[in-house]
Ligand binder design. Sequence first.
Ligand code: ATP
Length: 202
Amino acid sequence: MGAVKKIGVTGGIGSGKTTISTALESLYNIPIYSADDNAKRIMSTDENVKSKIIDLLGEESFLDNKLNRSYISSKVFNDKSLLTQLNNIVHKAVMSDFILWSDNFKNSPYVICEAAILIESGWDEFMDMVVVVEAPLDTRISRVIKRDNLTEQQVRSRIASQLSDEERRKKADYIVCSDGANDVNELAKQLNTAINTIIYQK
Ligand code: ATP
């Protein structure tokens, strides 16, 4: 039996990636890998990654063995080359971890890698299919203001730092419109059918 099929689910902040992925998990028992959560775990616990971060940014990157986020942000904030190098370390480690993790689910029809930066980090190349979740800008802004207690300006600046929907679309094998007009479970059923059709055609 070959490797389990890997589906990347991406979309801008507040588009509804987590919501639709969670619906697939509860309806069809699909295993979900959150790239964001795992990146945080790997940066704090993977000894190989930690020593590479220390080599790049210095001992202060960890305080009492904990990731010193504010120090790291201040180092990479205005230095594109350092940021790229840090991303290379972390992005590689996350994809290796995802591939290893996915081996645990050989009997699953597919697994999901949920990642806001799926395309920015080149992870889309490791996927059998890319799903892009979209919602209108105003909807996303009001969702995130409500969920994360941010101002409209803060949400807009996060959106501006991510790829545009147009850019993401270029890599999409399937687009989900999660604007709230349709029931999420209904969207998840349609998506599951599309995934099962598309991955076995490829
Ligand atoms: P982030 O990148 O910030 O993690 P996300 O793309 O994972 O965002 P979600 O966390 O799934 O987005 O959704 C953001 C908010 O919008 C949540 O509060 C969620 O309940 C709501 N939401 C998402 N999709 C829908 C939908 N189709 N209908 C109604 N509400 C939705």
